[in-house]
Design a protein around this ligand. Structure first.
Ligand code: ATP
Length: 317
């Protein structure tokens, strides 16, 4: 594998213990350049701790980490310069303006001032904060602070952006605006690692996701592959029909993973293809009367619910 193809983030056997409690338990992870990679899982499952380990902000108890080929514990400044981080609570200087905050972090990132000024202006325009650039950050709403956080990532020219629950506490419109900005960053080739509990958003945004459970990665992959593995299908068809038992009618039909009765005359069919025509054909052939059929993509919500079925959701120590 050439250097250009090497993952930009690599972790092997990564472990973090707090006393006798293991917050991150031997995870293996590789994120490729330009990917949007999602971290999912219940509260306390180890997502934030993993992020802190990747950034060199906490020391692993065991395992290895490489970010852009660097060990973040040995090269914290180099990693900090090339990786943007949006924590849950962004630590801006409230008494300084947006512009002053960005100028300060640009200086820390080693940018010369003329170049920094140009980048800061561009970044503030892109996140639509140009008009309020001179206002103290103390006066900003949460949505504006999050956008300012992305402006910092842009101004630094970060190669990787790590975003910890970037939309938590935002109203629907601010959430949509932030998502659009994250998509733009990704389109520019920035590798994005983000954690969130908004599963529909993660499904639409992420190339791959990792599902954390008790400090381990329980599932990892593209959402379509996870739905196929966990639910047995990428499509969910709901069928309404009278005069037949659909489970019996579809017993030998191809592409079908499961037929689940919902209530009298109504079934859910999990399948790995659009099987509506075949269902209609077999139902009519068996003498049934078909009265309705809908299809949708299987959702990450369902994968998540199935994966954690019967588990205690509070995973805190
Ligand atoms: N400094 C610490 N000392 C002791 N325990 C800690 C510390 N930091 C985190 N933990 C514990 O490690 C576990 C994992 O926490 P972490 O913040 O990584 O979870 P998370 O998946 O990000 O959760 P959330 O969705 O709530 O952000 C939790 O049980 C937490 O209480």
């Amino acid at each position: 594998m050439s250097a250009a193809e090497a993952p930009v983030i690599e972790a092997g056997g990564l472990t973090k213990r707090y006393g006798r409690f293991t917050a991150v338990d031997g995870i293996d992870l590789a994120v490729n350049k330009g990917e949007v990679f999602g971290l999912l899982g219940p509260n306390g499952s180890g997502k934030t701790t993993t992020i802190l380990l990747l950034l060199g902000l906490t020391e692993p108890s065991a395992g290895t980490i490489r970010v852009l080929g660097l060990d973040p514990l040995r090269k914290p400044l180099s990693v900090k310069r090339r990786v943007g981080y949006l924590p849950d609570q962004i630590g801006f200087y409230d008494h300084l303006s947006a512009e002053e905050n960005l100028a300060y972090s640009a200086r820390l990132a080693g940018l010369a001032s003329a170049e920094a000024n140009r980048r800061i202006s561009d970044a503030l325009a892109r996140v639509r904060l140009s008009d309020v650039r001179g206002k103290r950050v103390a006066t900003y709403s949460r949505g504006m602070r999050q956008r300012l956080g992305l402006a910092e990532v842009l101004a630094k020219g970060s190669e990787i952006a790590i975003l910890d629950e970037p939309t938590s506490g935002l109203d629907p419109q601010s959430t949509q605006e932030l998502l659009e900005l994250i998509r733009e960053l990704a389109a520019d080739g920035v590798t994005i690692v983000l954690s969130s509990h908004l599963l529909a958003m993660m499904q639409s945004l992420c190339d791959r996701v990792a599902l954390f459970s008790r400090g381990r990665i329980g599932l990892i992959g593209k959402v379509a592959d996870l739905t196929a593995d966990v639910l047995g299908g990428t499509h969910v068809v709901e069928v309404e029909a009278d005069g037949i038992d659909l489970a019996a009618v579809l017993k030998d039909a191809p592409h079908i993973a499961a037929v689940t009765p919902l209530r009298a005359g109504r079934w859910r069919v999990d399948a790995d293809a659009d099987v509506r025509a075949d269902i209609a054909h077999r139902t009519v052939q068996a003498g049934g009367a078909l009265s309705g059929m809908t299809i949708r993509q299987s959702s990450l919500d369902e994968v998540y619910a199935r994966f954690f079925e019967g588990e205690d959701h509070d995973q805190a120590a």
